[in-house]
Design a protein around this ligand. Structure first.
Ligand code: SF4
Ligand code: F3S
Length: 111
């Protein structure tokens, strides 16, 4: 099992999640984070911290389609262990549908 970052993270990228993960298993893209499925220990502490409700356990139906994306980009993007600056319009994007087309595959650089 693992926890999974899903669509509503895109262009919100609040990063509260990285501050609480005990094993630092978040990886950063330009406008989204993902969780490394082999490193996540299923503690669940990140789920309630996300203001966008964009983190769920992979047992939830709505993570289907996002599990492979988390796995792929956890290997391509840099590790992130501290909260950086969220997009200025993050709140405007919270809850919007059809965000997947806005996903940037570029790596992030908050560190
Ligand atoms: Fe990290 Fe725990 Fe969230 Fe997994 S469930 S990403 S280990 S905080
Ligand atoms: Fe994304 Fe939520 Fe973390 S919006 S960066 S999963 S706090």
């Amino acid at each position: 099992m693992t926890y999974v970052v899903i669509e509503n993270c895109i262009k919100c990228k609040f990063m509260d999640c990285v501050e609480v993960c005990p094993v630092d298993c978040f990886y950063e893209g330009e406008n989204m984070l993902v969780i490394h499925p082999d490193e996540c220990i299923d503690c669940g502490v990140c789920e309630p911290e996300c203001p966008a409700e964009a983190i769920l356990p992979d047992s939830e139906e709505s993570t289907q389609g996002w599990i492979a994306l988390n796995e792929e980009y956890a290997d391509k993007w840099p590790n992130i262990t501290a909260k950086g600056e969220s997009p200025a319009d993050a709140e405007d994007w919270n809850g919007k549908t059809g965000k997947k087309e806005h996903l940037s595959t570029n790596p992030g650089n908050s560190g």
